[in-house]
Each structure stands twice: as structure tokens, then as C-alpha cells.
Design a protein around this ligand. Structure first.
Ligand SMILES: [Zn+2]
Length: 280
């Protein structure tokens, strides 16, 4: 019977994924998630309720609008299926501990941020600031970190990325004076990334947020280098070295946060034991 909870969580994950599609595409452009109703992007006709069943409707209609046959993005079923798998996995890992609910909510928030950031380079406050409050509230549940650890994690998460942003901005202005304005920003780290880091800290605590920032930075550096090698070879018209474009750092923070949530304790224990010689 232990498979019932993960399957139910997967079904609720499909519905949450469906709502997450709406939130992550509307919040960045300040639209309500309730009005207007979901419409076809092409013919603007409201979508028939039967065509809003997660994943299955999209497959049944073969990714086309019932009214105009315009194509409907595969993002919708992919996000729904992705959320279902993540919720089933978190419940398989933690149920019957209430930690299963905390983990599922955390996955939904970071998944939503990934979509918004990848698509619009925006991390909505509803996910980051709202998520911080939810993270602190859920810390009262038994099983995960306690409320004090959650608050300290949030403060540390905010501070670390704020500091990385300040020093990064200083460094980039030294190396390549016009780079930030060319990319269209005035800081190396966006305010949304800093607030997101606060939210992750509220869910994973002090060690978890340290690990998250480490993983996210490592991933981002690899991507930035890959982007900048061709750009650096061709110096731009101002004569300074190009270093690639804008990176949606929230996507890497989301990846780091998920890894840290699932494997963080094991990774930190391994690190302490094998590199610092501390018996675990
Ligand atoms: Zn249509």
C-alpha cells in the first residue's frame, strides 16, 4: 500500500503543474492568475474545460487548439508531467512524514521560478518573498529543519547573494566597464536572485543554502565560460573583452536547491568525513 501516497501526490502534482504554468507565465508580467481564463494564444478563444485536463488533453488534441488548430506549446504538458514526477518522488522519499508536504511545496516554488526566469529573466516576488514566508511557516512541521534554522537560513541566503552581487558588480566594472549596460542591467546579481536565495535558505537551512550557492555558481561558471570563449576571441567595438550574455541564475539556483534538498545531508556528511576527517 505504500505506493498509494506517491501516486496520489503525482495526480495532485499534475494539477499543481497546470496552475504553475499559469503563475510562472503571468506573474512576471503582472497579470492576474484568475482572470482572464486560459485562452488560445493564437485565436484568443477561451479553452474548453475538457481540454484543460493536465497532459492528457494536450496529447489527445496532439498539441493543437480545438478551435483554430494553432499549436499549443509543449511546455504545458512537460511542466505538468515534471511536477507530477517530482511530487511522486518527494512522497516516495518522505511519506508518511509531514516533510513530504514541505518538500513538495519547495519543489513547486523552485520549478515555477525556473520557468519565469528562463522565459522572462524575472523571478516574481510571489515565489521568492511569498515562498520565504511559506518556508518559515512550514518549518513548524516535524521532520525537516526547525523555525530558527529556517530564519537563519533565509538571512544567510539573502546576505550571501547580496554580497556576491556587490563584489561581482565591482569586479565586472573593473574588467569590462561597459559589459553590464550592454547586457541591459546595472547589477551583476538581480534583486530577484537575492530574494530567491532567501527563500531557498528558509527551506534548506544554513548548510543547505551554502551547498546550493556553491552548486549554482559552479554550474553558472561553466555555462558563462562556454558562452564567453567565442565572444572573447572577437573583441567588441569598445575594445573590451566580451563575457557572454545574461544568465538566468535563478535556474541554476533552482537546480542547486533541488540537489541540496534531496542529497544535501549525504553530500555534507561525505565531505566532512572524507576531506575534513570528521567522523560522521
Ligand atoms: Zn486557437
Amino acid at each position: 500500500m505504500e505506493w498509494i501516497a506517491p501516486i496520489l501526490a503525482g495526480i495532485f502534482g499534475l494539477l499543481t503543474g497546470s496552475f504553475l504554468n499559469v503563475c510562472s507565465l503571468r506573474w512576471p508580467i503582472d497579470e492576474s492568475v484568475f482572470r482572464p481564463r486560459s485562452r488560445c494564444q493564437r485565436c484568443k478563444s477561451p479553452i474548453f474545460w475538457l481540454d484543460m485536463i493536465p497532459v492528457f488533453s494536450w496529447l489527445f488534441l496532439r498539441g493543437r487548439c480545438r478551435n483554430c488548430s494553432g499549436s499549443i506549446s509543449a511546455q504545458y504538458p512537460l511542466v505538468e508531467a515534471g511536477m507530477a514526477l517530482m511530487w511522486a518522488a518527494v512522497f516516495a522519499l518522505h511519506w508518511p512524514s509531514p516533510e513530504a508536504f514541505r518538500g513538495a511545496i519547495f519543489m513547486a516554488i523552485i520549478f515555477g521560478i525556473s520557468i519565469s526566469d528562463a522565459r522572462f529573466y524575472v523571478i516574481p516576488d510571489q515565489f521568492s518573498v511569498g515562498g520565504t514566508l511559506v518556508g518559515i511557516l512550514l518549518a513548524v512541521l516535524p521532520g525537516g529543519i526547525d523555525v530558527v534554522a529556517s530564519v537563519i537560513g533565509a538571512v544567510l541566503g539573502f546576505s550571501v547573494l547580496w554580497f556576491v552581487g556587490i563584489s561581482g558588480t565591482w569586479l565586472i566594472k573593473k574588467i569590462s566597464p561597459h559589459r553590464l549596460e550592454r547586457v541591459g542591467v546595472d547589477q551583476a546579481m538581480g534583486g530577484g536572485d537575492i530574494k530567491m536565495s532567501m527563500m531557498i535558505g528558509a527551506f534548506v537551512g544554513v548548510e543547505g543554502i551554502a551547498l546550493t550557492v556553491f552548486i549554482a555558481s559552479a554550474l553558472a561558471i561553466v555555462i558563462a565560460l562556454a558562452q564567453s570563449i567565442p565572444a572573447a576571441l572577437a573583441r567588441n567595438e569598445d575594445g573590451d573583452m566580451e563575457m557572454g550574455g545574461l544568465i538566468p541564475f535563478g535556474v541554476f539556483m533552482a537546480g542547486g536547491g533541488a540537489i541540496s534538498y534531496v542529497w544535501g545531508d549525504a553530500m555534507i556528511a561525505w565531505y566532512a568525513k572524507s576531506l575534513l576527517g570528521v567522523a560522521g
